[in-house]
Design a protein around this ligand. Sequence first.
Ligand code: PLP
Length: 411
Amino acid sequence: MTDSPPPLPYGRQHITEDDIAAVVECLRSPFLTQGPRVAEFEAALCEATGAKHSVAVSSGTAALHLAYLALGLGVGDVGITSPISFVATSNGLLYVGASVAFADVDPRTGLLTSESVDSVASRLAREGRPPRVITPVDLAGQPTDHAEIQAIARQHGSFVLDDCAHSLGATYEVDGKTYRAAGCAHADAAILSFHPVKAVTTAEGGAITTNDSSLYQRLLELRTHGIHRDPARILRDPNDAIRGPWYYEQASLGYNYRLTDLQCALGLSQMRRLAAYVERRQAIARRYDSAFESSPLSAHFAPLAKRPGRTNAHHLYVVQLRRRQGETLRDVGLRRRKLFTALADQRIHCQVHYIPIPMQPYYRDHKGVIAGEHPGAEDYYATSISLPMFPSMTDSDADRVLDALSAHSAQ
Ligand SMILES: *Cc1c(COP(=O)(O)O)cnc(C)c1O
């Protein structure tokens, strides 16, 4: 009997001895949380993205919640986002009592199309409720059309919040100039996630980046209960006899969404390898791409379409099943399911990113969800599968995936 090959997940963290040493050093230090490593990690995020400010928080989901709050969204407001994202992207709007309108994606990239964002935003404006925010998602690590989306947002007086959970380390060009994902050159703020499958990890963790100093101050306050110690804003006479150096004030209803020093120690150590990780992911993507661009695999599969002038951070590697003549979406969806199961039988554990959010039972029944049609999202969903993609993957791991795809499609 031959040994079964090791399992290959769609994504996995990479932890080095340096990472472990950094966390252990923190454990021996005076601070487990709210110590110096938080600001150091935030500085590393600013350095990597080019954003002026960053606020580390306990998850990417917390980052979305705080960003929507700090932008002032609430009951009666509407946000536009992508149906092809993790549910957290739109859940953040529901957390603050806002409504969600989903624009549609290009079925070949999974990215929001400017045309669809424009048409949903214009429809909302005609109904007297222009979007307060537009949240594009850099799906799989490929930057969306940031400049175009910002232009649409400006027409409607909307904020832009970039969901860059997949794209830390990616770049895009506008008019010959290169911009970094989460640098907020075309957005009011961006969010990142440091979940173990993401570009770098803090176990759980996230951050908001922004170039807007007043938004930054609101985010800091909301991260820690709405409390501040800003002398300029303390409401009553600070020399009051019942006050002292301990004095603080709660000015708004915030949360405890802090990221610990322990986690920031890990994140800081990981950030030193961000560029190397992204390069390795891009090398694996090229290996997959070249197989899908030549026969016989090219007859059955196509990588996601590449938008011009961008580098992809490749959080995910999504490949799509080519539709056969006369095949319905249901037919191709069934073929995708067979493929998924056949790969899992060989311990190649793929994933599907994502089930369109409006299809979720909670969203179907929610009064805060504005109805719409999303044929691009349905098409994207039926045909897509995420193959193993993580920086510690070897070339032969990638070849094992490709061989399994070849064997399956030859049947
Ligand atoms: C991972 C992810 C999030 C949420 O991040 P968590 O850190 O898991 O809370 C948000 N948006 C997208 C697109 C993600 O992939």
